[in-house]
Design a binder for this molecule. Structure first.
Ligand code: ZN
Length: 311
């Protein structure tokens, strides 16, 4: 049994067919964790869709209504880059509910893993790049609203810049946003994160980790977040179709575990989400996401969260 919960719902699958976004990966990750004996059914929690009140802490009423009524403009649909369907909307609400649940269990257990989410390109009033609802921002706002946390940090390792995250929290000093990404890649407009690590094309394991880990260490030490949200992109992988970096499977595994270690050694809870992954072979994307869970397990076994006394 894992020392933390995995959050998953079969409705995460966006059912996109032959789309470059392999949304069946959520199910494949879940199946692999079970088949390889890394997890059992007892490790899983099934999220509810986020409530509209939670979504509306981040998104505009107009955007929510467009999604719920299927009235996206042509421009909205083009920016979103995934075909609209009611199932798609349900999947985004579920992913947001899943990231809230993962964050809540992280506050209790030290880690909580949503086997989905990380939709970091979503803005308050529109969607972009396969992302309609910003699940991580919704979870940050929910935990702040119910008093569970004051300060949050988002560590975004997707190969694409976390533009939605940066825009949502631009003027908010309670949320530290860190994005490490390929500079010469989508999105064209990259609003400033609290800390942006811009990488040249073709950067490999050593250079990547040499930049990321000291930055994470220093940022956590200085900012002292109450929780870290980890957006674990699989797309810095060298065989990714939408990425231009050159990380190996081993490098990505080291990345995840090392970021987790930086947070947990200071007793900061970590909620993980997946984000992008477009490897030539979907099994590689699945392996990278499974390794994120295994990295969490390895670090969790080293650190037992100190519970505050009393209730
Ligand atoms: Zn990406």
């Amino acid at each position: 049994m894992l020392p933390f919960k995995l959050v998953y719902h079969e409705g995460y699958d966006l059912n996109l067919g032959a789309h470059v976004f392999p949304s069946q990966k959520y199910r494949l990750v879940c199946e692999k964790l079970l088949a390889d004996g890394f997890a059992s059914q007892d490790d899983f929690l099934r999220p509810e869709p986020a409530g509209d009140a939670d979504i509306l802490r981040v998104h505009t009423a107009e955007w929510v209504k467009k999604l719920q009524t299927g009235t996206l403009s042509l421009s909205d649909a083009m920016k979103l880059e995934v075909p609209y369907s009611p199932e798609l909307v349900k999947a985004f609400w579920l992913a947001a509910g899943g990231t809230i649940l993962a964050a809540q269990t992280a506050m209790r257990d030290g880690f909580g893993c949503n086997l989905g989410g990380g939709f970091h390109h979503a803005y308050p009033g529109h969607g972009e790049g396969f992302c309609a609802i910003h699940d991580v921002a919704v979870a940050v706002r929910r935990l702040q609203a119910d008093g569970s946390i004051r300060k949050a940090m988002v560590v975004d390792t997707d190969v694409h810049h976390g533009n939605g995250t940066a825009a949502i929290f631009a003027k908010d000093r309670s949320v530290f946003t860190l994005s490490i990404h390929q500079q010469n890649n989508y999105p064209a407009h990259k609003p400033a994160s609290t800390l942006d690590l811009d990488l040249e094309d073709g950067v490999g394991d050593e250079e990547y980790l040499g930049l990321l880990l000291p930055a994470v260490r220093k940022s956590i030490a200085n900012f002292q977040p109450d929780i870290v949200f980890y957006v674990g992109g699989a797309d810095p992988y060298r065989e990714d179709q939408l990425g231009g970096l050159a990380l190996t499977l081993e490098g990505l595994k080291t990345r995840d575990a090392s970021v987790f270690e930086e947070a947990r050694r200071r007793n900061v809870p970590v909620a993980t989400t997946f984000a992008g992954g477009y490897a030539m072979h979907v099994e590689d994307t699945v392996r990278i996401h499974v390794n994120t869970v295994l990295g969490a397990r390895a670090v969790a076994e080293k650190h037992v969260r100190t519970q505050p006394t009393g209730n």
